[in-house]
Write a protein that binds this ligand. Sequence first.
Ligand SMILES: [Mg+2]
Length: 202
Amino acid sequence: MDGTLLDKYYDDYFWERFLPEVYGARNGLDFDRARRHLFDHYRSVKRTLMWTDLDYWSETLGLDIISLKKEVSHLITPLPHVPEFLTFLKNQHKSVYLVTAAHRKSLQIKMDRVDLRHFFDRLICADELGRPKEDQGFWRELQDLIGFDCERTLFADDNLEVLNAARGHGIRHLVHMARPSSKEPRNQSDGFPSIATFSELM
Ligand SMILES: [Mg+2]
């Protein structure tokens, strides 16, 4: 979802600017110290379900992360051409699934702001399967759950580790989203076909 359908700038801004400011003010730390402290913490749980678990962050940081996320929710926007592409898939009668690392509470905040739910057959959060998308086992569980045909499935993501796990499972058509944030330049991937926006697939 983030960086593929929605502008990742919202998440980058929240975790890298807004939260360090709030956390610093609460704990008497200047911005740089608060940021260093939080970044060390982020690194220690990357590639686990804790990383995306808003309850985990609320408990460990002693802050109401859900309310804080809502405070800057005006920054939640779809990436260019996303509604058009989802409409295009619907018109082709494709089965369409949103498969996200986002915690269900993050998903709720985002879909309350930019409702894409009606485009999907089903929305699946990684915590529902108990594993992160970087884990090949996630894809086995997902296949059991929704029964996709690897040979006829297209999967798009901005995260190369996730794409590699999907490739390891045997998903045939993989697309790397090369412009996950509107505030960052396009990045390239050697291993996967890259697109900047979904207009390239229509
Ligand atoms: Mg992403």
